[in-house]
Design a binder for this molecule. Structure first.
Ligand SMILES: O=P(O)(O)O[C@H]1[C@H](O)[C@@H](O)[C@@H](O)[C@@H](O)[C@@H]1O
Ligand SMILES: [Mg+2]
Length: 281
């Protein structure tokens, strides 16, 4: 049977690598910082320019007719998944890191058809590491197969959590209360790279056991979701239900035991969905 999406997958890897090179060479002139949802939710000209580069490469190859595009800096098509082939893109995941020269910045490109994620590509451009996965065909870093950790005891785990860009006191209180409860299980450690896409790849390659966050967006996690699953991991909603790409919350983990142990400690707070539908409790 013809494999319809292999060419698109390989092209996405090429585009991610080129986009990463553009990020690396962006000089100080481009790091003119603007803000979005809060004074700490940063965006730069590089975010906008690199998204344009990615979009024009994909539209040039696949046309604008039947493919839809969801991108952090434009969301020309609203964040509603249809059955149409849909690209879900974060051109610079870890923008704050990029502005500060903190070396974890990723290009995240995911592709969905019939509302199912077909492949994900995450290029950690400062590390020059290419993570990728196609549904049902395994996960890779620089073409080497990667697998989640086999740790089942929470007290032998490292957990990643991020505080996000919302600084409202009630949310910050819940985020840090959750972190405190997890830290004092105790786990071996808490970490965070500052980019959700990279955090998910760290789960996929077994460097950490889980990453959870409330407040991320579909473009931050769509590619990482494919990579975690194909590396043998699991992704759930923070309430233990099924993962919902547009819900702006998730737990990704090496196995169900670790995922459910983390879920027990998470203090959930509301976060408006990417697709505008009412948020679940
Ligand atoms: O760099 P972004 O694309 O804005 O996403 C980041 C976010 O800024 C940061 O606060 C964390 O939520 C990360 O998990 C996101 O990837
Ligand atoms: Mg992002």
């Amino acid at each position: 049977m013809e494999d319809k999406w292999q060419e698109a997958y390989e092209f996405a890897v090429e585009v991610a690598r080129k986009a990463g090179a553009e990020i690396r060479k962006a000089g100080d002139s481009e790091i003119k910082v603007n803000t979005k949802s809060s004074s700490v939710d940063l965006v730069t000209q590089t975010d906008q320019r690199v998204e344009k580069i990615i979009f024009s490469a994909l539209k040039g190859k696949f046309g604008e007719g039947c493919h839809r595009f969801i991108g952090e800096e434009s969301t020309v098509d609203s964040c509603v998944l249809t059955d149409k082939p849909t690209w879900i893109i974060d051109p610079v995941d870890g923008t704050t890191n990029f502005v500060h020269g903190f070396p974890f910045v990723a290009v995240s490109i995911a592709f969905a058809v019939n509302k199912e994620l077909e492949f994900g590509v995450v290029y950690s451009c400062m590390e020059d590491k290419m993570y990728k996965a196609r549904r049902g065909q395994g996960a890779f870093c620089d073409d080497e197969p990667i697998y989640v950790s086999d740790v089942k005891e929470i007290k032998k785990s490292i957990i990643i959590s991020e505080h996000g860009t919302d600084r409202s006191p009630e949310k910050v209180k819940k985020i840090f209360s959750t972190m405190q409860k997890i830290l004092c299980i105790p786990v071996h450690g808490l970490r965070g790279s500052g980019t959700a896409a990279t955090n998910m790849c760290l789960v996929a390659c077994g460097a950490v056991e889980a990453f959870f966050e409330i407040g991320i967006h579909c473009w931050d996690i769509a590619a990482g979701a494919v990579i975690v699953r194909e590396a043998g991991g699991i992704i759930l909603d923070v309430n233990g239900g099924p993962f919902d790409l547009m819900s702006r919350r998730m737990v990704s983990a090496n196995n169900e035991i670790i995922a459910n142990r983390i879920i027990k400690e998470i203090e959930i707070f509301p976060s408006p969905r990417d697709d505008g539908k009412p948020q679940l409790e």
